[in-house]
Design a protein around this ligand. Structure first.
Ligand code: HEM
Length: 399
């Protein structure tokens, strides 16, 4: 058991309530070496925001140096299938490859294609919420929060309905690797999922190449300059990034609203606040608590020298609660207008799916607000053990 305000990402108590520990870090040691994960913790909004945009840092270093040159050991051979998949998506690439991949994917993932999904997403949210209300409530995560973004991203990519069942388990297994110091079991499960997921997508992409449809896999398969491994890495990234965080914003967000009945009542009587409410919920209980960067050249942050080859942990949840950036940050205020939250990141890796995520969140929150006017918590929600990708195990409610 950790003490209440210590940074301890492996403690359930900390995961449930990380914000007091962040406040202490921000005030006392805004740049702090953390021995258990061998990273510098960066907790202030100004610093997180600046480092995300600083080209002397990167999500990878392999574009400028080998593992040995960076003083790193690299990954064990048995993990190669996971890393091949991971390193072929745009998120873990840096320019010029990142620029090329992001441009190619943006050509297929156009604002038109995303906007055209709005009525589809709204209809799906209505159907899910209607069924949820008809059954008298239940687990909001399993019944509404998960199926919506998973179905949307699977539709967008063109994964047939009959094949969707393993998407969540594959994604969850792969995402285990994004937590701090993953165990051998976690790594092995991620490797298995990476192999199965890659095989599946390779076959699907080849089918779509021969027989294109109006979907993203076909569009990506038709794009010049994208290798097959990059296509697969991109699809897995879109499938994983395309739902994990959205599920957690829905769960964490509803938990926050249900625990702040005044704010929920205000939103019910003023649905025009839905837009600012969603941004506030993303800030208030940040779904992705931390992103890492490698230091590619010696830097100094608030007087602390950080050498090339080191890793920084950018604490998004802390940045989003920094009183230097937000008035009264521990207050949930669904009308907050001045809200420079960092939940979608910043700089060259800024979330490509932010417009789609906002459409999905507006649809599901909107449908639940309209159709479940007496939503109530029936048990205390518990967070899953993950710290980086932070969300609830379940959210049991009655309608
Ligand atoms: C509320 C939901 C979401 C949140 C909070 C979120 C958050 C983020 C963040 C913080 C990053 C940047 C990570 C970094 O800088 O290290 C990112 C990148 C990305 N996100 Fe999202 N995301 C969400 C939904 C989505 C959706 C729905 C999609 C796709 C359909 C998506 C696709 C991506 C992709 C492709 C990247 C990589 C961009 C790049 O490297 O240039 N995200 N997301």
């Amino acid at each position: 058991m950790s003490n209440g305000d210590a940074f301890d990402p492996w403690s359930a108590q900390f995961v449930a309530q990380p914000y007091p520990a962040y406040a202490k870090l921000r005030a006392e040691t805004p740049v702090q070496w953390f021995e258990p994960s061998k990273q510098y913790l960066i907790s202030r909004h100004e610093d997180v925001n600046a480092l995300l945009r600083d080209r002397r840092l990167g999500r990878s270093y392999l574009h400028v140096a080998s593992h040995e040159e960076m003083g790193r050991r690299g990954w064990p051979q048995y993990q190669q299938p996971f890393w091949t998949l991971n390193n072929n998506g745009m998120l873990d690439r840096e320019p010029p490859d990142h620029t090329r991949l992001r441009r190619l994917v943006s050509q297929a993932f156009t604002p038109r294609r995303v906007e055209a999904l709005r009525p589809v997403v709204e209809r799906l949210a209505d159907e899910l919420v209607d069924a949820f209300v008809a059954q008298g409530g239940g687990d909001l995560i399993a019944d509404v929060a998960e199926p919506l973004p998973v179905t949307v991203i699977a539709e967008l990519l063109g994964v047939p309905e009959a094949d969707r069942h393993p998407l969540r388990p594959w994604s969850a297994a792969i995402c285990g690797m994004y937590e701090l110091n993953p165990s051998r079991d976690t790594a092995e499960a991620a490797v298995r999922a990476s192999e199965e997921f890659s095989d599946y997508l390779r076959a699907l992409a080849r089918r779509r190449q021969d027989d294109p449809r109006d979907d993203l896999v076909s569009a990506l398969a038709a794009v010049e300059g994208l290798s097959e491994d990059e296509l697969i890495g991109t699809c897995v990234l879109l499938l994983n990034a395309g739902h994990e965080a959205t599920v957690n914003v829905t769960g964490n967000g509803w938990r926050a609203l249900l625990q702040h009945p005044d704010q929920l009542a205000l939103l019910r009587t003023n649905p025009d606040f839905l837009g600012t409410a969603i941004e506030e919920l993303m800030r208030f209980d940040t779904p992705l608590q931390m992103f890492e960067r490698w230091v590619l050249e010696d830097i100094e942050v608030r007087g602390v020298p950080i050498p090339r080859g080191a890793e920084v942990a950018l604490l998004f949840g802390s940045a989003n609660h920094d009183p230097a950036a937000f008035a009264d940050p521990s207050k949930l205020d669904i009308t907050r207008r001045d809200n420079p939250h960092i939940s979608f990141g910043a700089g060259i890796h800024y979330c490509l799916g932010a417009p789609l995520a906002r459409i999905e969140l507006a649809a599901s929150f909107g449908a639940l607000l309209a159709k479940a006017p007496a939503l109530r918590l029936v048990s205390d929600p518990v967070y899953k053990p993950g710290y980086v990708i932070r969300g609830l195990k379940s959210l049991e409610v009655s309608v």
